[in-house]
Write a protein that binds this ligand. Structure first.
Ligand SMILES: O=C(O)CCC(=O)C(=O)O
Length: 253
């Protein structure tokens, strides 16, 4: 199995910049199998919904909060993802959620500037010790709405967030100022590459007006030592994310 791992130097880059790109983590065959699961599998079909950006365009998302035995759970527990997440965070993590983002060709909607912790704070997480791993399933380019980040913006801490369309967006006045101070990076990615990013990193993505889909699978993790207080006021109990070998997946799907 191809198991590219994060070096100490890469972990330092991640701490400085708030994100890290790991190229070619998954093979062409693995990506093709994941795309088949997007198009034909139950998980995406049964959980997908539209979110509307500020212009009312739909960005589709299929999201779930539990691991199972399907292909998505296998990727979420794959060492190329979860063990690299442990290296980057310097601590043990639990699975939080997985989501397939379907920014479809010919008009898939934008994602407004936000920090993931802008959403997750309101779900009761006490610390921003959380991370996302964005696995590109199609070529992700400026023309089909790749992710854009403000380098180093995770050092700002959590900003105020409010409603933008049906999404949650960061304080627009503050973004105008910050955008002029920090480098904006368009993260173009080959299928099978993974972008790890900090939960306080400001990110956005434009619409997809091209004829190439921009689909991705994003897995999010929470530090085991980061309490989440549920709506009932009790601490949510989570287990350390298991690790499983994804290498036989091509023969089991
Ligand atoms: O898929 C995208 O373009 C945006 C994803 C995103 O903003 C997120 O997962 O928080």
């Amino acid at each position: 199995m191809n198991t590219p791992s994060v070096s100490l130097e890469m972990a330092e880059d991640f701490r400085r910049d708030g994100y890290l790109l790991l190229s070619n983590a998954f093979t062409k065959e693995e990506v093709a199998t994941l795309l088949q699961a997007v198009e034909e599998g139950d998980r995406v079909a049964t959980t997908s919904r539209d979110t509307k950006d500020a212009e009312g365009r739909a960005a589709k998302i299929a999201i779930w909060h539990e691991l199972g035995s399907d292909i998505w759970s296998r990727v979420s527990t794959d060492p190329r993802i979860v063990n690299n997440v442990r290296i980057l965070m310097g601590e043990d993590v639990a699975f939080f959620h997985g989501k397939v983002m379907l920014k479809l060709a010919g008009g898939g909607g934008s994602w407004e500037w936000h920090q993931d912790y802008g959403y997750w704070y309101n779900q009761g997480f006490l610390y921003p010790r959380m991370i996302s791993a964005f696995i590109s399933l199609d070529p992700s380019m400026e023309k089909n709405g790749c992710l854009q980040v403000l380098k180093g913006s995770h050092h700002l801490g959590r900003l105020e967030h409010g409603r933008v369309g049906t999404q949650t967006g960061a304080d627009a006045g503050r973004i105008d100022i910050i955008e002029n101070m920090l480098e904006r990076v368009s993260v173009e990615m080959e299928p099978g590459s993974v972008l790890f990013f900090d939960s306080n990193l400001l990110h956005t993505s434009g619409p997809n007006n091209s004829d190439i889909h921009r689909r991705s699978f994003i897995v999010c993790y929470n530090a085991m030592a980061n309490p989440q207080i549920g709506e009932d006021g009790q601490m949510v109990v989570r287990e350390s994310c298991p690790v499983s070998d994804f290498s036989d997946i091509l023969t089991t799907v």
